[in-house]
Ligand binder design. Structure first.
Ligand code: C5P
Length: 236
């Protein structure tokens, strides 16, 4: 009898977030009564689909062990790497003994605390029978320019341009081998790009615009507002 498909979450959380100008990595900044990473992990855990969540943490990080969620029974800690892709690969390797090549992995940035469980379910349900997998993404409302040295050299056809969000959902075996084949390649800025470099064409699934990445100080106030709105929406 075949086993039901398993879903794993991988959370790269080993960045320093220089653009925040804060005295700790951005994932530990306070947001709506918790830290950013606690909000992110609670959103993943309450989706109620993951066998475990593998979190990549810098080996010099003194903040993570202080958080109760670090000891949650579904949370596994893996050592972070130099680049985001290295951290993702490390978190995948931490699942090696338990995960099968055909299991699905959803990779989600620690710095995206406003992910709605409904977007996780949308991604999973839309891609359930897809041979490759795909990502949450947003269409562009603005006209987009190709700029070189401060001058516009072209206007892009925005109907073909999407903004990549996370989670990004791929089969465990395919994702791990794509990241291993492209180790050290600076073109790998997300999981989809590693798959694309292997010749695959991942799908896009339109996500919610509230799923922002905390990058600059002003993003925290916006994220707090979105969380309040999303919680209100869930309570009705
Ligand atoms: O820096 P940026 O916002 O693009 O990082 C996206 C995510 O990747 C963050 O959650 C960050 O903690 C993580 N990251 C990582 N290891 C690195 C660099 C970034 O886990 N070496």
């Amino acid at each position: 009898m075949s086993q039901p498909t398993k879903y794993w979450a991988v959370v790269p959380a080993a960045g320093v977030g220089k653009r925040m100008n804060a005295n700790c990595p951005k994932q530990y900044l306070p947001l709506a009564g918790q830290t950013v990473i606690e909000q992110t992990l609670h959103n993943l855990l309450r989706a109620d689909v993951f066998t475990a969540v593998s979190v990549a943490i810098s080996v010099e990080d003194p903040y993570w062990p202080e958080l109760p969620v670090a000891r949650h029974q579904q949370v596994i800690t893996a050592p972070g790497g130099k680049e985001r892709a290295d951290s993702v690969l490390s978190a995948l390797k931490a699942l090696q003994a338990q995960a099968s090549d055909d299991d699905w992995v959803l990779v989600h940035d620690a710095a995206r605390p406003c992910l709605m469980p409904s977007d996780i379910h949308l991604l999973i349900n839309t891609l359930a029978n897809d041979p490759v997998g795909g990502i949450l993404a947003l269409s562009s409302h603005d006209t987009l320019k190709n700029v070189q040295e401060g001058s516009i050299v072209a206007t892009l056809d925005r109907s073909h341009v999407w903004r990549a969000l996370t989670p990004q959902m791929f089969r465990y075996g395919m994702l791990k081998s794509a990241l291993e084949a492209n180790e050290g390649n600076p073109a790998v800025t997300d999981e989809a790009s590693a798959l694309e470099l292997q010749g695959w064409q991942p799908k896009i699934v339109e996500g919610r615009p509230e799923n922002i990445k905390i990058t600059r100080p002003e993003d925290l106030a916006l994220a707090a507002f979105y969380l309040q709105q999303l919680n209100l929406e869930q309570s009705v």
